[in-house]
Design a binder for this molecule. Sequence first.
Ligand code: GTP
Ligand code: MG
Length: 556
Amino acid sequence: MRAACFSITAASLPLPSTSSAASGPGRRTHASFRCSTSGRGHRGGGVVRALDERLLEAAAPAPAETEFEDGSGIVEVEDGGEWEGKEDSDGLGPSEDQGEQDQRKNRRRQQQEDDAATAERDRFKLINGKEILQEKTYLVGVECKRDGGDNFSIEESLKELEQLADTAGLTVAGSTYQRLSTPNPRTYIGSGKVAEIRSAIQGLDIETVIFDDELSAGQLRNLEKSFGGGVRVCDRTALILDIFNQRAATHEASLQVTLAQMEYQLPRLTKMWTHLERQSGGQVKGMGEKQIEVDKRILRTQISTLKKELESVRKHRKLYRNRRQSVPIPVVSLVGYTNAGKSTLLNRLTGADVLAEDKLFATLDPTTRRVLMKNGTEFLLTDTVGFIQKLPTMLVAAFRATLEEISESSIIVHLVDISHPLAQQQIEAVDKVLKELDIESITKLVVWNKIDNTDDPLRVKEEAEKQGVICISAMNGDGLEEFCNAIQAKLKDSLVPIEAFVPYDKGELLNDIHKVGMVEKTEYMENGTFIKAHVPLPLARLLTPLRQQVAAAAAL
Ligand SMILES: Nc1nc2c(ncn2[C@@H]2O[C@H](COP(=O)(O)OP(=O)(O)OP(=O)(O)O)[C@@H](O)[C@H]2O)c(=O)[nH]1
Ligand SMILES: [Mg+2]
């Protein structure tokens, strides 16, 4: 039974033509996850096998007949079966001493097998209904001189990588880093470091080595070869993709993550077939290359099928959004670094039930809920996927459509975990992604969260006041009224002042104005209502004929 982590959600795609029947629980396979050629199979049941595993399994030679599930070569025998045909010299069967010895041996062996099975079972953790093997992991980082612009030190970045590994259900047994002027094109790190990690792998019984930066296909292959012993090597991007895969709860999120995983995998397919050539002693030279082409074609076809499927899901969501916008309630989007408390705030303000937990990337899908303010006006609050430094570009691209909802909002609330030691660096990482999304023209409100978790909340509040920032605790509700007032004030800035005469037979328009706008004055007259208010631009446009009537009357 082996690694359930680093699996890929198959979406609803057909398997590549090279795939074979699914492997049963416990079977050793010749492939593992997307960036590895070394072997760990997957536990059967809820977990879907890795895409490359499916590809490789078909082509891998069948295991030799003498190989058994535990690789021990031991044949299970029925009671006394081992003795069949082996008689003592006196022909009466094994001597009593010998029999006792063997029974003891069998019991010991059985005990060892049971212990191993229990230990293996205990290593599985249930995350979002998926069984994940808690592999022993070693983390490796590199600080390059040319990284100048990056605000996270190598130690901080590795600490975050550890949190990511923990979120993915892995057990971190150790870590190391190296400062280099430029990464080694072959192995990313220097040869001395490779040797050091190899010793750590042996000493700590490491199964996976994770690098803090994206590695090329060649680097992955060379590192795996250098580490040997079936150790798998992966990078931060693969890890983040895997967390997204574990956490994708809706069809759209699954499709987006699968697409990102396939795009990540495409340039890395090369290495999957080289091991085949090795196994066959080079006799199938060229076969691997041919197969890579076949697989790349299969993968490209799947990518385009996925894109089409995603497009249709998005169209559906857009339709729903348009319907929602028929009453143009202003939308406020919550953005921020992962774990800042966005979902907690949404839940607190709206009584929603969005998963909020102390793990990275708890939320993948945007959730929108209505917030009713004390003065009776409303706005829609949207919770979005969190950001992280070194966010894989294919992930930003895959989630672009989801994030595009942000671009349709009236206000963007940038929520910051001010109690985090790297709050400033996290702010900058979020601003970097926001820049990529091209939404800088939208009004922004910076909000410091988790004020209750800071050493000196009073001092932090003073600093916030100086900077014109709102301080809240989404957890205990501190500062939420101030937060709503600030939203209201910002919304007012984004509203258009109008004066209109609404006839009594158009009463529903008055309702809309009250719901989404800010009414300053209403006067009930003989044929209708005169209203002075601030409303969102789309509603102001809708009211144009009624506004003209007022303007015309004033001109008389
Ligand atoms: N002390 C304290 N903890 C908070 C506060 N707000 C949120 N948290 C905790 O912070 C953790 C993360 O909260 P979430 O709401 O899941 O954070 P998020 O920004 O939605 O995270 P992602 O979905 O991963 O992007 C949870 O354990 C919350 O209980 C707060 O005001 N004070
Ligand atoms: Mg969340």
